[in-house]
Write a protein that binds this ligand. Structure first.
Ligand code: FAD
Ligand code: UDP
Length: 368
């Protein structure tokens, strides 16, 4: 008899497996894929280059708790991601910053001057409700067209006006020369890769792992007291309120017989090509190798569910599932797919640590 059957070996499921196992619970964690680590899975390709199977994953967080927790399972390599965007035949920093404006417009503005420049371009939106509002409100139409409209259409197959403000709000606008993609306090990559970190997290005597297994095939035959589910919530309930839409991506990997391909980790192509961005893994991993591997991301509607799509009508469907989930005893839903939230890795870790505390408190109050 297992105390917990956990569906999904990604961050959401693995953090809970580790926490509960360390608290003395017996865990069976299953994944339908043939590997652990969920979408953070990385591996050495046939040329010996460490790549991320499900697209570039860069770790960043402001949470000391999350960073300290993961540090039990890995050492880190400091890494600050930098992105350039292709516009008007040039490569310029993304997020838009002082350098972006000066390069694009052939100017030599100071920080204060660029604030005035952007204010003169901005189209005030009040309230700011959509992803279009966010960008027009800060940088105006021209920069919106250059960097956001086409990229967003490719990524989501929606106009920014059809997406919640939270989507483009992920990308700030800066008036200084800081060209890092993220400004979080902790920015680092697991020194030996994500999969290795997960391996350490899951190597506990109380944890059994079953790969290549859809939980539906074993749920009736493996006795367990509780279920933790990190797959798509609509699928768990047999789509009884309809399908929740997700965005998927086709990843096209290329290994080149040269040491370096591009001048930074990621280059975004907002208005040209069918792919959104190209990432060169060696920047992320720090690996030295005579060859290099890059990945192109082609967004698509079909395929593995990678991105929940933040917009009101989808949230309304999710709310129906959430209500049902809350009424389902001994089953907990968490993670990016289990709670239909556009979460980064650190947010998923934080969510699972919180759920662990909730489960522990519940168990204590049941005993009393
Ligand atoms: P997942 O990792 O998706 O794990 C869920 C697991 O459940 C999967 O392995 C799946 O196979 C399994 N499963 C589903 N259904 C079943 C079933 N029926 N039976 C058995 N198993 C099942 N975050 C960052 O912080 N930084 C980044 O740079 C970053 N880049 C990203 C780039 C891309 C292209 C994508 C798609 C995501 C990126 N993320 C990034 C987000 C990150 O991938 C997620 O936050 C995180 O991996 C979510 O973890 P999870 O455990 O919730 O879900
Ligand atoms: N975005 C954009 N142009 C860019 C970068 C981002 O339009 O050059 C928008 C786009 O809608 C994207 C969102 O901002 O989906 C969030 O970007 P982020 O880089 O955080 O996406 P992720 O890494 O999660 O795919």
């Amino acid at each position: 008899m297992y105390d917990f059957l956990i569906v999904g070996c990604g961050f959401a499921g693995s953090v809970l497996a580790e926490r509960l196992a360390s608290a003395g619970k017996k865990i069976l964690i299953v994944d339908k894929r043939d590997h652990i680590a969920g979408n953070a899975y990385d591996y050495y390709n046939e040329d010996g280059i460490l790549v991320h199977k499900y697209g570039p994953h860069i770790f960043h967080t402001n949470s000391e708790e999350v960073f300290k927790y993961l540090s039990r399972f890995t050492d880190w390599r400091p890494y600050e991601h930098r992105v350039l965007g292709s516009a008007d035949g040039q490569l310029v920093p993304i997020p838009i910053n002082l350098t972006t404006i000066n390069k694009l417009y052939g100017k030599n503005l100071t920080s204060d001057e660029v604030k005035d420049f952007l204010a003169s371009k901005a189209e005030v939106r009040n309230p700011v409700l959509t992803s279009e509002d966010v960008v027009l409100n800060t940088v105006g139409k021209e920069l919106y067209e250059k960097f956001f409209r086409g990229y967003t259409k490719k990524q989501w197959d929606l106009d920014p006006s059809e997406l919640d403000a939270s989507v483009t709000s992920r990308v700030p606008t800066r008036t200084n020369t800081d060209d890092r993609y993220f400004t979080d306090t902790f920015q680092a990559m697991p020194k030996h890769g994500y999969t290795e970190m997960f391996r350490k997290m899951l190597s506990h005597k109380n944890i059994s792992i079953m790969l290549n297994t859809d939980y539906r095939d074993i749920i009736e035959i493996i006795p367990h007291q509780n279920l933790i589910y990190t797959g798509p919530i609509d699928s768990y309930f047999d789509f009884c309120f309809g399908k929740l839409p997700y965005r998927s991506i086709n990843f096209k990997f290329e290994t080149l017989n040269q040491e370096v391909y591009q001048c930074t980790g990621t280059i975004n192509y907002p208005t040209s090509n069918l792919y959104t961005r190209i990432t060169e893994f060696k920047y992320l991993t720090g690996q030295a190798h005579q060859k290099t591997t890059i990945v192109y991301e082609y967004p698509t509607a079909e395929g593995d569910p990678y991105y929940p799509i933040p917009r009101r009508e989808n949230q309304e469907i999710y709310n129906l599932y959430k209500k049902l989930a809350d009424q389902t005893p001994n089953v907990y839903f968490t993670g990016r797919l289990g709670t239909y939230k556009y979460y980064n890795m650190d947010q998923v870790v934080a969510q699972s640590l919180t759920l662990f505390k909730k489960i522990t408190m519940q168990a204590m109050s049941d005993v009393q």
